[in-house]
Each structure stands twice: as C-alpha cells, then as structure tokens.
Design a protein around this ligand. Structure first.
Ligand SMILES: O=C(O)CCC(=O)C(=O)O
Ligand SMILES: [Fe+2]
Length: 195
C-alpha cells in the first residue's frame, strides 16, 4: 500500500487523493471480479417529480441492515462479499476509519454519468467520511464550491483512492460528467458510514 497522497489546498474542504493506492495487477483482478460478480442494477430516480432511469448501474453492500436513500431511491444492503471486505480492510487501514456500507457504481461507458450532488444524506451523519475507490477507465471527477467560484477536476485513475471528509460535503458539489473519450467501463466504490 503506497501512500504518497495529494491534498488539494481547497477552502472548506478536506480532500486527499492517492493515485496508485492499489497496484495495477491488483486493480485488474478487482475490476474483473466486480464487473462479473456484482448484481448490477439500473434504478429509476426522481428529479423534480419526474422519473428517469439512473445513468449508471449501482449496488449496495453493508455490514448492518440500514438502507440508504437518495434521489427518491431506497437501497437495501447485501452482505459484503470476500472481495469487498478485502478492499474495505485495505482502505480502512490507510484512512483510519471504519465503514459500514459501500455504494458501487458501474459506468458502462462515457455516456454513463453522475450529476452534481453532495453526499449529505442524513444517514451519513454531520461530517461524512467518504472513501472512493476507482477501477477501470479513468474518468474526470469535478468539484465545485457551492458559493465561491472555485472548481477542481481530478482524474480518477485505475486503482486510485479519493478521501473526502470534514466539512467537504457542506460546501462542495461533485459530479462525473459524460465524455465521448471513454468507451469502456469504470467501477467506483464509495465506502461510507451509515448509522
Ligand atoms: O463515481 C464516482 O467517482 C463518484 C460517485 C459518487 O459521487 C457517489 O456515488 O456518490
Ligand atoms: Fe457522491
């Protein structure tokens, strides 16, 4: 586990990025395993009262029974698989936090996306700790401050780990925009604490 990390000096944020948290070989194995064995599903979300299919596939895992609700969806967790437990343990050791839950996203290609939002659902508590692991195609993670005119883009590469904590979710929004450049899949795992 290599730990050269980058802390972007952003106001009202506590964000760290570990570019090669997992080795390429390890990441290749995790990517294939998750792609094949996670029961990926496409849910319908509600935005301003209208229903749309979510522009990506998702799955929820947890070590408690607590559900996670956002955008009009309520997801019930499946018990962690051995692979997810292994990834979770490695992340927990490095970031010194214990997670209960993992939300997984599969972006099938560059046309799948994740709109502007903050991870500020009430079940995540006041200052959520979110550890986000990426495998597969590199995608741009965009951050923008809610009130100041400040933006930051981070390329989330194969095997990278992004940590967001403190007051970050109060002041910043994030998104994964569509891109014509990527034709292949990306898997993202966001470890969270739900209490
Ligand atoms: O795919 C990503 O890197 C971001 C996922 C995300 O923001 C979320 O699931 O809340
Ligand atoms: Fe998010």
């Amino acid at each position: 586990m290599s730990l050269p990390s980058e802390s972007f000096n952003l106001p009202d944020a506590d964000i760290q990025f570990y570019e090669s948290f997992f080795s390429t070989e390890e990441s290749n194995l995790y990517f294939q395993e998750l792609l094949q064995n996670i029961p990926w599903q496409q849910d319908n979300i509600k935005v301003f009262g209208k229903t749309y299919p979510q522009p990506r596939l998702t799955a929820l895992y947890g070590n408690n029974q607590l559900s996670y609700s956002y955008s009009g969806i309520t997801m019930e967790p499946l018990p962690f698989t051995e692979t997810l437990e292994e990834i979770k343990s490695k992340v927990e050791l490095a970031v010194k936090a214990n997670f209960t839950t993992c939300l997984l996203n599969l972006y099938r290609d560059g046309q799948d996306s994740n709109g502007w939002h903050a991870d500020n659902e009430k079940e995540l508590g006041k200052n959520p700790v979110i550890a986000s692991v990426s495998f597969g195609a590199t995608r741009k993670f965009k951050l923008k401050h809610r009130t100041l005119n400040i933006k930051k883009d981070i390329e989330l590469t194969h095997g990278s780990l992004l940590l967001m904590q403190g007051s970050t979710q109060h002041h910043w929004l994030h998104s994964i925009p569509k891109t014509k450049k990527q034709k292949t899949e990306r898997i993202n795992l966001t470890f969270r604490v739900i209490v």
